[in-house]
Write a protein that binds this ligand. Sequence first.
Ligand code: GDP
Length: 200
Amino acid sequence: MIIKTAEFSVSNSDYRKCPAPNIPEYAFIGRSNVGKSSLINMLCNHKELARTSSSPGKTQLINHFIINKNWFLVDLPGYGYAKISKTSRAKWMKMVSDYLTMRPNLMSVFVLIDSRIPPQDIDIEFINNLGMWQVPFAIIFTKRDKSSEVKMENLVEEYKAKLAETWEEFPPYFISSAIKKIGREEILNYIGEVNKLFKQ
Ligand code: GDP
């Protein structure tokens, strides 16, 4: 897929105020610092479409971007911040779970996982919640440039073993690097294929 246009649409904290669900939509989520903003910017060929963690006052909102005027890319607030209160976590959970379960045009969630880190409970828990909510998802292993071929393969195997405890099948997965621009075509082509399945 060629990206012709990528524009910010709207940010909010309530799925009811999200844009009309009349085109397919893909949400990106992961632990803070996983490389989500860098990946979104890499996919869209845009230096600062999504704001990186270094931007001050980065807000905890559902951010919609419209791509090629025919699908939405959604940047969801990440999880796993070290210093987060129980109240903020509960607020995040309500906002994200409402959004994930109430968007009829949500074709897939991309769960981002840092290639360098062995399976963490917080990511597995989130993936298992997606199962409970019956939300389709794929995994993107980020920062591929930071790990060797062997380490990368081992990590995927570890995830396969871990998810086999609760899942019958391993989801579609991609390996990416925002720095080396790895995985861009694969992810965009996948989105292009899934777009064809969208029915209003
Ligand atoms: P976010 O918090 O998930 O949005 O993560 P960011 O995109 O802000 O990235 C967090 C940190 O990881 C920053 O220091 C990035 O420069 C770095 N980073 C992001 N993607 C990559 C990547 O593909 N390779 C490497 N080596 N570093 C990355």
